[in-house]
Design a protein around this ligand. Structure first.
Ligand code: DX5
Ligand code: ZN
Length: 215
């Protein structure tokens, strides 16, 4: 299975973003990962719809929006308008099935996300409604943290269940991905890799993207 990369702009220099996104685009970046934080579901605040809208106007890379907000069902309409794939946490207090269906009704692909403390089995019932599932390999909230290897077992459990049911659901992994951890995640069954600080702190982002995709 081909591995896709979704660089997270969380630790980017936002005034350099237009130039950086152009570099990522020419390197064959599959998606751009945008982390939305509300200071309630996670202890950090990032950005919202206006920033994502500006990014959308300047790139053809599909936008992979990761909502880390409380009760995400309240904001699906606004975010669906600027996202290609829209994800939310099953722990965030919304009705999971209704929220997944709402995302699709607004014309977006849907992604369901689990925190490190949530077992993979918790989302098995929703897999047929998910275009992608996201396994967090750090506590959500900040870039630049260390990969938690406990995520690997969960990725494998999801991969086995998805394959057993003949589903096409992608498995994304997010947090601490670099040249050492990316192959472990892929071996466990992930096919979409989010990488934030590893890509944005490298001297040649395009080269880093190509290297990760080739792993
Ligand atoms: C953390 C975010 C991640 C983060 C990844 O809550 O969901 O997407 O930006 O950053 P790195 O790759 O630096 O761990
Ligand atoms: Zn993320």
């Amino acid at each position: 299975m081909a591995v896709k990369i979704s660089p997270s702009v969380l630790t980017a220099d936002f005034l350099e973003l237009k130039k950086d996104i152009a570099k990522l685009e020419s390197a064959g970046t599959d998606m751009l990962h945008l982390d939305v934080m509300d200071g309630i579901f996670v202890p950090n605040i990032s950005f919202g719809v206006p920033i994502i809208k500006s990014i959308k106007n300047h790139t053809s890379i599909p936008l992979d929006v990761h909502l880390m907000i409380d009760r995400p069902d309240r904001y699906i309409k606004q975010f669906a308008e600027v996202s290609d794939i829209l994800g939310f946490h099953c722990e965030a207090g919304s009705d999971v099935e209704k929220t997944l269906k709402m995302i699709k009704e607004f014309g977006c692909k849907a992604c369901l996300t689990i925190k490190p403390c949530t077992p993979a089995e918790k989302i098995f019932d929703y897999l047929p409604l998910c275009d992608m599932v996201l396994v967090m390999s750090v506590e959500p909230g900040f870039g630049g943290q260390k990969f938690m290897p406990q995520a690997l077992e969960k990725i494998t459990a999801l991969r086995n269940e998805i394959d057993r049911r003949g589903l096409k659901t992608d498995i994304e992994v997010d947090g601490g991905i670099n040249a050492e951890t990316a192959p472990l995640a892929v071996k466990a069954g992930a096919n979409v890799l989010v990488a934030g600080s590893y890509v944005f702190s490298s001297d040649d982002m395009g080269k880093t993207v190509k290297e990760i995709k080739a792993l």
